[in-house]
Each structure stands twice: as C-alpha cells, then as structure tokens.
Design a protein around this ligand. Sequence first.
Ligand code: ITT
Length: 197
Amino acid sequence: MSKVLQDREASILERLVFVTSNHQKFREVKAILEEYGIEVEHSLLNIVEIQAMRIEDIASVKAKSAYEMLQRSVIVEDDALLIDALNGFPGPYSSYVFKTIGNEGIIRLMHNIDDRRASFISVIAYCYSNGVEPIIFIGKVDGMIADRIRGNGWGYDPIFIPNNSSRTYAEMGDEKSRVSHRRLALAQFASWLKERQ
Ligand code: ITT
C-alpha cells in the first residue's frame, strides 16, 4: 500500500480534530457531524491566518498548517458574509469587520440601501496527510440583511435572514443548523468521508 493510502487508512480510524478559536462554531459543527455519525474533537490551536481574497485559500493553508502541527486529521472552517450592495464586503474580512464595527456597523452601512441581498459561505478544509492538498467543501446560503438586529444569536446571526425564511438565523434557534451554510458544507464533507470508508 502506498504511503498516501496508508496515511488515509490511518486517518479514517482516528478521531477528527476541528481547529477553531470559535466555540459557537465548534458546538454547531459537532452537533451536525454527530448526525452523520462523525465524532470530532475541539482544538484551540492558534494558527496564523494568511490574508487572501479567496476564503478557500485561507482555509486550505490553515488546514495544512494545522495538520503539520498536530499530525492528526483536521478540519478547519472559514466563513464569509458577502453583501451584494457592498460588492461582497466583508467577505474574507468578515471576522475583522465583526470585531470592529459589528452588526450595528453593518446595519449603519446598509442604511437607505434597498438591495439587502447577501450570502453566507462556509468553506471546510480537510487535511489528512502530509503532502496532500486539503480537500475543500463549500456551503452557500443566499439571503438578506435584516433592517435591524433581531434575536440573540452569535456573530452575524442576528442580521442574516436566509431565503425562504422570515426569521434571522438568530431567531431560528436550533433550526438554523438544518439549513445553514455550515450544514451544506458539512453534509458534503460527511458524504465524501463515508464514500471513502
Ligand atoms: P476561526 O478560529 O475558526 O477562524 P472565526 O470566528 O475567526 O473562527 P471565521 O473567520 O470563519 O471565524 O468567521 C468570520 C466571521 O463570521 C466571524 O466573525 C464569525 O463570528 C462569523 N460567523 C461565522 N459563521 C457564522 C454563523 O454561522 N453565524 C454567524 N456568524 C458567523
């Protein structure tokens, strides 16, 4: 068996690690993956993120670094909120923008803008071996930016209304995880993993 195949076999047997500094993200990922029979451990390992326009690239480099440091199968997730009327802003800067201007700042920026369309993207990067490019899974949900903060969720949850809903992610509570960008990306990851077992 080739080294890569041996590594792949070994990685399937060991428990997956999700590297994130965000506890809410971990909670959602763990609950979703449990539904697919996949267990995941949390690692708070601090990995310096590269700056790039494509969140796929950010996630991929991060997953590779995490694998190199832990020598365990890892997933990382990078998310972005893209607002159509702001040409995709905050996109790859979603984390920085949340920490600086927050939801109130986004609502202010969107004042008097009629086109409220936006999308939330989740990129999961899975790395299971040295020298193998991480595998990328993308989930995207289209929606709208609310005209005010609604509900008590984390991050951008109180201002994002997915299409086909009248509620923000925050107002949806546990229902969010049935339809979220994260669910869509993880569903693909889970079926990919199952096919290889
Ligand atoms: P990592 O350590 O995993 O990178 P992070 O919080 O920095 O955690 P991201 O850069 O992927 O995560 O997320 C960009 C921003 O989007 C950040 O402010 C998150 O709080 C927010 N975010 C991500 N997923 C979200 C969700 O499902 N609902 C609301 N906000 C979310």
